[in-house]
Ligand binder design. Structure first.
Ligand code: 3HC
Length: 293
């Protein structure tokens, strides 16, 4: 029989965790949102408040619905508060040791049938799962940025993930209005494996002054109908995140398409991380609209 998923934990309230929290809350779930400190909590709460107030301003939600939605999320800095969750989705930084530690801890907190999902975009779900006593109940649940808008969820099954766990996570993603696809545990899964070679190539073209950033982005928007060009998309993803994904894929595939362009590293070192730091390939004001440097 399928699991009843009513209460969901989200660990890590960065861009992805906050977006996932929003998706869950908008779909009537009770959410326990965890971050390491008050600053992280404030950032997650601020994201949800900002996004729902925008929906009210656009008459897509009324104030009582907003209050109800905001009330369905509780915030905490204590993992033990996830004890009665039916599913926990982890969205902390892409460091295996960190994730392994969190999964190991969660394993001792939640009930025996609870599914533990990772939103990892490039690490091995199998490696994360072996740090628990329930590798059969570990799965990848990879959302796309912005999570409230994009419909894809890659459901990553390892060689030991139980079939009913995959089925329940697929059904749950559908309940969230998402389009799940099921994929094995390989770096980049489907979408990033295809996308990041293209993004990296765009950086190389820009680095060699082959084309301006505006022309590179315009070509893909107006020539291929993409919602945003590759350099603007890298700013949205975060250059540091993009670099980590490329490095992991390159280490696994040795495909030179995925060897990170040197310029990415230089920009990261200089603090140009994209939208989140206010500047990447473009410069952003508080409203996050790109402006010309
Ligand atoms: N959170 C919540 N909602 C958001 C949002 C956010 N961060 N950003 C935009 N939205 C909503 C807006 O409120 C608006 O909602 P409405 O239709 O109900 O009014 C809707 O999305 C459209 O937004 P805008 O009108 O402001 O802007 P655009 O129409 O230009 O869309 C975009 C913006 C959704 C970001 C679009 O340009 C897009 O889809 N870009 C491509 C993004 C993409 O490819 N992401 C994948 C990255 S790879 C990844 O995530 C994998 C990971 O592992 C790195």
């Amino acid at each position: 029989m399928a699991r009843e998923i009513g209460r969901v934990g989200v660990v890590g309230l960065g861009t992805m965790g906050a977006g996932i929290t929003e998706v869950l809350a908008r779909n009537g779930l009770s959410v326990v949102a965890v971050d390491v400190d008050d600053e992280g909590i404030a950032r997650g709460r601020g994201h949800l408040e900002h996004s729902t107030s925008r929906a009210v301003a656009k008459s897509k939600m009324d104030e009582p619905a907003r209050e109800k939605l905001l009330g369905s999320v509780s915030y905490t800095t204590t993992l033990a508060d996830l004890a009665d969750c039916d599913l926990v989705i982890e969205a902390i930084p892409e460091q295996l040791e960190l994730k392994a530690r969190v999964f190991n801890e969660l394993d001792g907190i939640v009930g025996p049938d609870t599914i533990l999902a990772s939103n990892t975009s490039s690490l091995s779900v199998t490696e994360i799962g072996v740090h628990t006593g329930r590798p059969g109940k570990i799965v990848g649940m990879h959302f796309f940025n912005p999570a409230p808008v994009l419909k894809l969820v890659e459901v990553v099954r390892t060689v030991v993930t139980e079939q009913d766990v995959v089925d329940d996570v697929v059904a749950f993603a559908q309940r969230l209005g998402k389009e799940p696809v099921v994929i094995g545990d390989r770096a980049g899964f489907i979408a990033n494996a295809l996308l990041f070679g293209y993004l990296n190539h765009a950086v190389a073209m820009y680095e060699s002054r082959y084309a301006t950033r505006e022309d590179l982005d315009a070509a893909m928007r107006f020539g291929c109908g993409y919602p945003m060009g590759p350099l603007a998309l890298l700013d949205l993803i975060g250059l540091d995140t993009a670099y980590e994904i490329l490095e992991t894929m390159y280490a696994q595939s040795r495909n030179r398409l995925h060897a990170p362009s040197p310029m990415l590293k230089q920009m990261i070192t200089a603090g140009l991380l994209g939208r989140k730091s206010g500047r990447g390939f473009y410069t952003y004001d508080a409203s996050e609209s790109p402006t010309v440097v």
